[in-house]
Design a protein around this ligand. Structure first.
Ligand SMILES: Cc1cc2nc3c(=O)[nH]c(=O)nc-3n(C[C@H](O)[C@H](O)[C@H](O)COP(=O)(O)O)c2cc1C
Length: 223
């Protein structure tokens, strides 16, 4: 196995979605380097359609308070529709990772208050000191979103290589009007997700599990 592959696998296997962070801020030059590294992903026509609104400190706090309030009031108005439902194996995988999280944080089956509290932690960015709101120009449609997805993954891996923990959060896109209003995001851009980031709280219960992956045979159709 080449050294490059070993290093790449180590990064991919070491990354996970962090749901408990320390208060320590990530220096701006480190954030800039993460973005510069992630910029190397391919995009259709090299359009690089992603834009990031990166929040730190007080802005993160203000946003968290406003989003938590909006979500508690039941606001759900994403720019890009959420999946109607998950079926078959996708439903099973969703349920498995959901129960892994609930087990880790001690939410039992039927504990609606406990699961609601855990779900609401999304809107406080799981305590991360920074969040990057990812937007795409509406005019580029689904392929703009595909390019942004590649960027989100590269951001998480570049961050991982620099000791910075991350979590992508589509939940934040559910309260898009409030995000747009506070961060002055243009009307012609769709809010896709957030990437919340900072340094991992290694003692946090939500960080004590790892998700599973399907085998290549489960996703390949040799033609
Ligand atoms: C586009 C995207 C949106 C996500 N949205 C959320 C979210 O809103 N809340 C959350 O807790 N996790 C969210 N996740 C994290 C996934 O649940 C996680 O990536 C998946 O379970 C695999 O686990 P891992 O990242 O720890 O490997 C999101 C991930 C992606 C890529």
């Amino acid at each position: 196995m080449s050294d490059d592959l070993k290093a790449f696998q180590r990064l991919l296997e070491g990354r996970f979605s962090c749901r408990g962070f320390l208060d320590t801020h990530v220096p701006r030059d480190v954030i800039r380097e993460i973005v510069q590294t992630a910029q190397n992903v391919p995009s259709w026509c090299n359009s690089q359609p992603w834009q990031l609104s990166i929040c730190s400190g007080e802005t993160t706090q203000t946003l968290a308070e406003a989003l938590s309030k909006a979500a508690a009031e039941g606001l759900h108005t994403p720019d890009v529709p959420f999946p109607d439902r998950y079926v078959g194996v996708y439903k099973e995988r969703r349920s498995t990772c959901g129960w892994q999280l609930y087990d880790a944080v001690g939410v039992q089956k039927g504990d609606r208050a406990g699961s609601y509290t855990q779900m609401m932690r999304n809107y406080a960015f799981f305590g991360a000191p920074h969040t990057a709101i990812v937007t795409t120009p509406q005019c580029l449609g689904a392929y703009g979103a595909v390019d942004c997805g590649a960027f989100v993954t590269a951001f998480t891996l570049a961050a991982q290589s620099m000791g910075v923990a991350t979590i992508a959060q589509a939940a934040i896109a559910g309260v898009a009007p409030v995000v747009r209003d506070i961060l002055k995001i243009e009307e012609d851009r769709d809010i896709l997700c957030a990437i919340s980031f900072g340094y991992e709280d290694k003692t946090h219960p939500a960080n004590q599990f790892r998700t599973e992956r399907a085998e290549p045979e489960d996703v390949i159709q040799w033609c």
